[in-house]
Design a protein around this ligand. Structure first.
Ligand SMILES: O=C(O)C1=C[C@@H](OP(=O)(O)O)[C@@H](O)[C@H](O)C1
Ligand SMILES: C=C(OP(=O)(O)O)C(=O)O
Length: 466
């Protein structure tokens, strides 16, 4: 069994010294492609009936794991190099398979998911169309991430699941169904939207499609489910959403993504950089900011302006920027419902640690099942620097403290890319911050340290003219 954290290094001596900043920024930061869009396009390309070229693909641990996994399942992927952001996906030719079986992927393989939610929750449904059982494994820390609702859904479709560790968690083996049992599936997706996305993304290939019902009391990250729906439709699929009954109906279709498509920048990964303008003061701009987006990071400009920043979207040479300007004042957000965009929580928490009033972040209980228990992690690390936070059932409270109480510390990153960037953000305002295992940022950013350094170098050629 392969279970390891290949980028992890817990040696505190190797902690990264986070740069402190006492003069305003004036920087332009190009953000690599969206993790969520990249991994959805890869899945949908693998299910398409002709080759697809993806431009601007994120190349980071999570997307490389997806590429490796698809190759194991028999998908051909052409790339110039391991870093290349343009890749061509040649799906298996399903016309060579017996139509009745709808088999297209190679089984008898072990897929390694790392700590990537989009890999461990999107790929299992492809095992329905494999010619033999498929085993899923991941980092030891991934063994704690919820999986059961997705696997319940696959069982309802006729698959058999055998757990080799703890029931309901990685690692497990999926044996594809002899025939597809039903098209009504009922799951509780309140611990992650990715269970619904994972089933929807594969559902067009099911002979009868799917009628997927969510029976839980809450549903996090709705924009990510809408992103899945929109991307399936981009590939020619048909999804009917009924929010009243929490039901998604997907019809059987041969999917076909456009032959060429480009991934938007990762707007959630823009948060530490745009947030830096509020921490250090000054201006930070991110190019290629989309006019409309399905990414929950599209909410970020609104959140930053509620905190007191000035945000606009200037265009230069046909490129649209998100520009954030701040004098360094940060306002608290009071009762702040973040259910739709929980992945922004660590970056927003880093900013709100310095706010002038209290924030109660709500609707984020499911963050306990993210890369780490993020509620506990955020509270522990905010307290570690002398600030004040408290964990609640459904979120966290961050209260203002006298800034003279804040002090340096080694921030723990818990193998969580967003806790590592959270630490870097604290370091801009508090002297003496170090971040343990900064390399964990490679989960979704290939070179966070280099990007952070460049932003702080404030090279005027970097700056967007006002
Ligand atoms: O579908 C996706 O691409 C994602 C969905 C969300 O998961 P949860 O619903 O588990 O929060 C989000 O936090 C994650 O970063 C990416
Ligand atoms: C929750 C996250 O990731 P994952 O896709 O692994 O769930 C995240 O990136 O904040």
């Amino acid at each position: 069994m392969k279970a390891m954290n290949e980028h992890e290094n817990d040696n505190p001596e190797a902690a990264w010294v986070a740069p402190n900043r006492n003069q305003p920024l004036d920087a332009r930061v190009t953000i690599p492609g969206s993790k969520s869009l990249s991994n959805r396009y890869l899945i949908l390309a693998a299910l398409s009936s002709r080759p697809v070229t993806i431009h601007g693909l994120l190349r980071s641990r999570d997307t490389n794991l997806m590429i490796d996994a698809l190759r194991q399942l028999g998908v051909h992927i052409d790339e110039q190099s391991k870093e290349s952001t343009t890749v061509r996906i040649i799906p298996p030719d399903k016309s060579l398979q017996p139509a009745a079986h709808n088999l297209r992927f190679k089984g008898n393989v072990t897929i390694f998911c790392g700590l990537a939610g989009t890999v461990m929750r999107f790929l299992p449904a492809l095992a329905l169309f494999a010619d033999a059982p498929v085993t899923f494994d991941g980092d030891i820390q991934a063994y704690e991430r919820p999986m059961k609702p997705l696997l319940d859904g696959l069982e309802q479709l006729g698959a058999t699941i055998r757990f080799t560790g703890q029931t309901g968690f990685l690692p497990f083996t999926i044996t594809p169904p002899q025939h597809f049992a039903a098209h009504h599936v009922d799951i509780d997706s309140s611990s992650s939207s990715q269970f619904i996305s994972g089933l929807l993304l594969a559902a067009s290939a099911l002979p009868n499609g799917i009628e997927l019902h969510h029976s839980g009391s809450s549903l996090p990250s709705l924009p990510h489910i809408n992103m899945s729906v929109s991307d399936i439709e981009k590939a020619g699929g048909t999804v009917m959403t009924n929010r009243q009954t929490n039901t998604w109906t997907v019809e059987h279709r041969d999917l076909c993504l456009p032959q060429s498509l480009t991934v938007e920048p990762d707007l959630s990964n823009a948060a530490p950089f745009l947030g830096a303008a509020l921490l250090a003061g000054g201006t930070v701009s991110v190019p290629f900011w989309p006019q409309t987006t399905t990414q929950p990071g599209g909410l970020l400009p609104r959140f930053l302006s509620r905190m007191g920043a000035t945000v606009d979207f200037p265009e230069e040479s046909g490129i649209r920027y998100c520009r954030v300007v701040s004098h360094g004042d940060i306002h608290g957000l009071g009762n702040f419902d973040l259910e739709a965009a929980g992945e922004l929580a660590p970056s927003l928490a880093a900013l709100l640690t310095f706010a002038d009033s209290k924030t109660t972040m709500l609707g984020i209980a499911h963050l306990r099942g993210h890369e780490t228990n993020r509620l506990a992690a955020m509270v522990a690390e905010i307290r570690r620097v002398g600030a004040d936070a408290e964990e609640m059932e459904d979120g966290i409270i961050i209260r203002p403290v006298d800034t003279r109480r804040l002090h340096g510390a080694v921030i723990r990153s818990y193998h969580d890319h967003r806790m590592a960037t959270f630490g870097a953000m604290l370091g801009l305002r508090i002297g003496g911050i170090q971040v343990e295992n900064i390399e964990t940022t490679r989960k979704t950013l290939p070179d966070f340290v280099g990007m952070w350094k460049n932003m702080l170098s404030c090279d005027p050629t970097n700056a967007l003219s006002a």
